[in-house]
Design a binder for this molecule. Structure first.
Ligand code: ZN
Length: 310
């Protein structure tokens, strides 16, 4: 039994529309689902990703309108790496971001670093995009340069180089050559995971910070993963039905909130694949709140439809 790579990464934003303009407009991802936080339905939950919203391409945000900026500290992810096909693609991205008035630093031939509108650190990296096509279609972005999924993520830790048996022995990550470096060699596509020394200041959850990271599993394997994490001493939750996948959660020993999410059923389960993310979708348990939520949530315009969805 192996994990199937990365499923999604979830962040916090203070402004959903600004996020859509950046991730869908500038970076060319597709807004594939506009729904609410299932545990607190008065807040949006937005999902961006590839054309089909494939696991491995998904970045999601909870919107808390006007949320104060947070900052990453020990036990929090501080950068997300997005894959582009090859180093020349970074020339394209550097020019495109400059054209949008955004700064990006070419810190290495194969790495371009920038911050999103909430201050979240991103890195575009030339990486093997894997066997799965994970890009979205955007009229201004040639397919050969399109972002092709999440390549990896890095977290701050008090002890970044120490042993991580939950990560290696339990979850099956392979330790890299340097301490604190890991890789998940999933069949479909590899994903990198790493720890860096934590800054002195404590982390603060807020806009621009990462809430959790989800690894993907085969639907039939989830209860076995749950048992395995429990046996390893992890405090793992019961299975939560997120409509588009099912999830279990636990904190890895350095403090990062991990989720293991099923590959299925996916984002087309409740709307036409040609119009993903264009209308506000509510889970059945919150559908009775629709009128109230549509009145309270700030409308979000999906750039594909041009229509406000709330
Ligand atoms: Zn999640």
């Amino acid at each position: 039994m192996r994990l199937a790579g990365l499923h999604h990464v979830t962040m916090i934003t203070g402004d959903a529309q600004r996020l859509v303009d950046f991730y869908a407009g500038t970076l060319g991802l597709r807004l594939v689902k506009l729904t609410v936080n299932f545990d607190a339905p008065d807040a949006y939950h937005l999902y961006f990703g590839s054309e089909t919203g494939a696991p491995g391409s998904i970045l999601t945000w909870f919107e808390f309108a006007g949320a104060a900026p947070g900052r990453p500290g020990a036990g929090m992810i501080h950068v997300i790496e997005l894959a582009v096909p090859a180093a020349p693609s970074l020339d394209f991205w550097q020019a495109r971001l400059a054209g949008a008035g955004l700064e990006a630093a070419r810190v290495a031939p194969e790495r371009l670093e920038l911050a999103d509108p909430d201050g979240l650190a991103l890195a575009l990296v030339a990486a093997d995009p894997g066997a799965l096509p994970l890009a979205a279609i955007h009229p201004e972005i040639p397919a050969e340069h399109a972002i092709g999924g999440v390549a990896g993520a890095r977290a701050y830790a008090e002890d970044p180089g120490g042993a991580a048996p939950l990560v290696t022995d339990t979850l099956g990550f392979v330790a890299g050559a340097r301490p604190g470096e890991y890789a998940l060699r999933a069949p479909a596509r590899p994903v990198a995971w790493g720890y860096d020394p934590a800054p002195p200041a404590r982390g603060l959850q807020g806009a621009g910070t990462v809430h959790h990271i989800a690894w993907a599993c085969e639907d039939a394997d989830q209860l076995v993963w749950q048992a395995r994490v429990h046996e390893a001493g992890g405090h793992v939750t019961g299975v939560r039905d997120r409509d588009y996948f099912r999830s279990i959660y636990f904190r890895e020993p350095r403090g990062v909130l991990f989720e293991i999410a099923t590959l299925g059923p996916g984002f087309a389960v409740d709307e036409d694949p040609a119009h993903l993310g264009e209308a506000l979708r509510l889970p059945a348990q919150h559908e009775h709140l629709r009128a109230q939520l549509e009145a309270a949530l700030r409308p979000v315009v999906n750039l594909r439809s041009g229509a406000a969805a709330s």
